[in-house]
Design a protein around this ligand. Structure first.
Ligand code: NAI
Length: 330
């Protein structure tokens, strides 16, 4: 099939070329938007990622120019109007669980770095400064961690936390028996957040979870708690979080995702001024660590993404059941 792949980096091209099952692929570095949608004219399949936009306007345009299938190279699908695509009879398929460990391990990397300040120690030692001032952390052993969302990634994260000896509290509308057997205690969102030393978000971004961490909720968390978001930027009201960081309500913040990330993430702005006051402010805070949506970036995850993506396209082409069709989840 003729596939237009948007938002590509070199690693996308490398892995997709390696696992291509015989399709005609064209790579576009730009993200899919109302402006760039014209590039997809004449393609039967579009392959998109987290910050590509697929709304009604774009879907209408692309359907007229021959679009038959949408494949996401990711699990989250908040950026796609799936319902409208289905109305147009364009199936939307995703990669539901390419490597939950990749993201869970990245969440733990953010925690360990923020807590033990290895990023600061690294810079100090390179300049011959072996002072330990302001590098003190806490033991993670026996600390209370709130895990919001215990799907594939949340569960992998809980298993890691277990190894560190943490006390794990979780909130999920569908508690996992396996996690309960592991010792995870489920409760309401409020009960789960209450008293947590670390809060880590692993639920999808939906209308219900938008601004899950907001001004009101921040009032009830343990002062100086650490907040980690590797899920989607819109789960967190950035403005309120900045105020909470300034007042010490949040002790530290680790983000792999950001509300307005589509304007910046995956691109090099090192020679420009970041035209986003909130992002610039967060970057300047000593207790904030931001990575540019790299949770998924492991060899295992990229291999799985490529294999499942072509599996999805092959299934559509051959008329096999579309097991990763998002509509089937509803
Ligand atoms: P999943 O679908 O396996 O699990 C999501 C869990 O969240 C489910 O158990 C669901 O019941 C729960 N949930 C739904 N609404 C909730 C709510 N209101 N409160 C608490 N829990 C709720 O998804 P998976 O694979 O674990 O991914 C989670 C999220 O991680 C994705 O939606 C995506 O946004 C993000 N992600 C981030 C990546 C990165 O590179 N940083 C890569 C992959 C995913």
């Amino acid at each position: 099939m003729k596939i237009a792949v948007f938002s590509t980096n070199q690693y996308d091209e490398d892995f997709l070329n390696q696992y291509n099952t015989g399709h005609q692929i064209t790579f576009f570095k730009v993200s899919l938007s109302e402006e760039s949608a014209v590039l997809a004219a004449g393609f039967e399949v579009i392959c998109i990622f987290v910050n590509d936009v697929l709304n009604k306007v774009i879907l209408d345009k692309l359907q007229q120019s021959g679009l038959k299938l949408v494949v996401l190279r990711c699990a989250g699908f908040n950026n796609v109007d799936v319902q409208y695509a289905e109305e147009l009879q364009i199936p939307v398929l995703r990669v539901p669980a390419y490597s939950p460990e990749a993201v869970a391990e990245h969440a733990m990397a953010l925690i360990l770095t923020l807590n033990r300040k290895t990023h600061k120690a690294y810079n100090r030692v390179r300049e011959g400064n072996f002072s330990l001032e302001k590098l003190m952390g806490i033991n993670l052993n026996l600390r209370k961690v709130a895990v919001i969302g215990t799907g594939n990634i949340g569960q992998a994260f809980c298993r890691i936390l277990k190894g560190f000896g943490c006390e794990i509290k979780a909130h999920d509308p569908f508690p996992s028996q396996e996690m309960q057997q592991l010792g995870v205690k489920y409760g309401s969102l409020e009960e789960t957040l209450d008293g947590a030393d670390i809060i880590s978000l692993h639920c999808p971004l939906t209308a219900d979870t938008h601004y899950l961490i907001n001004e009101q909720r921040l009032k009830s968390i343990k002062p100086s708690a650490m907040l980690i978001n590797t899920s989607r930027g819109g789960l967190v009201d950035t403005k309120s979080v900045i105020l909470a960081l300034k007042s010490g309500v949040i002790g530290s913040l680790g983000l792999d995702v950001y509300e307005q990330e589509s304007d910046f993430f995956f691109h090099d702005f090192s020679e420009s001024i970041i035209a986003d006051e909130q992002l610039s402010q967060l970057i300047s805070f000593p207790n904030v660590l931001i990575t540019g949506h790299q949770g998924f970036l492991t060899q295992e995850a990229l291999t799985e993404i490529a294999k499942v993506t072509f599996g999805n396209i092959d299934a559509f082409q051959s008329g096999a059941p579309l097991v990763n069709r998002i509509e089937m989840l509803r």
